[in-house]
Design a protein around this ligand. Sequence first.
Ligand code: ADP
Ligand code: MG
Length: 329
Amino acid sequence: MKKILIAALRASVIALCALFISCGKKIMDSQTQYVFGTVCTVNLYADGSEELYAEVFKTLNGIDDKFNVNKEYSEISKVNQNAGSGNAVSVSQEVFEVVKVAKKVAKASENSFNPALGKLIRLWGIGTENARIPSEDEIADALKHCNPESIVLSQNDGKYFIEITDRETQIDLGAIVKGYGADQLAAMLESRGVKKALIDLGGNIYVFGNKSQNPDDLWRVAIRNPVNPDAEPVEVVSLKEGSVVTSGNYERYFEKDGIRYHHLLDGNTGYPAQTGLASVSVIGKQSMYCDALATAFFVAGKSGDILDKLDILEIKKIFVALDGKIVIK
Ligand code: ADP
Ligand code: MG
């Protein structure tokens, strides 16, 4: 009996060695790179090979290259450069689709989420070295050029085009592109057979696969207290697969005379949105929608009927007020 056991053990050790030799790959810990102007960390657990991590960041950088308005060669920059020229710029299908969703969320949220805020965003410069409080005249002028209707999509002969009809309107997709990136990356990894992953694109989280050290096999994502990061999380979300995205007034801001000017701008007033909220988290299957909606809800100060106007299922949301307490909105 003992002999049989030893033989079986030997055989399994040999089989295990053979497996490692045949795979020939070393499992790497989570990897971090700066993409989308923020810290992006991806953990592929047992599938984390050097090649796959290289592919992960190639995918993310490839998306940033298409969407980043601070890269003058990006597709969105090309569209912006042609604003008011009468030229519809040829774009990739993915840029077209994301702008289409952005316009859809803008419509449903009555422009609380607004992809045409580029001019206003640049004016405030929040998160850059040039952050400042613009004059009232500058704000009034920028607000004349923030209409998402000026972004016109068209298709012709299997090709995709975007045209900005107003010379001074500029697209900015900073509030949706990380979510889109997380969805794309998750799809790529699942197609490669990755069984479990944690994607964190600057706080824009996407998880899939079993988290087997938890008895229920679910992931736990903590929602930090936006008022005091050292305090206990305001909530811990359990989920099997999907995304958790938070937009908050603590992410990027500057202070002047005791007032905090944060990066979530209200296209009605031209100022950072003041709706009594410190953060909004959105939990759902598609990170792109979670991302856009976190911004939309934050700026609107409520979820209201925004969701009813979009045909997306199973969205959960957590609103945290300026005193750090969860509120229903
Ligand atoms: P973060 O990028 O910090 O995670 P968001 O997803 O909410 O937060 O995106 C904020 C960014 O989106 C801003 O830095 C700006 O580029 C852009 N933005 C600001 N206000 C709005 C708005 N009301 N609608 C759409 N985009 C916005
Ligand atoms: Mg967002």
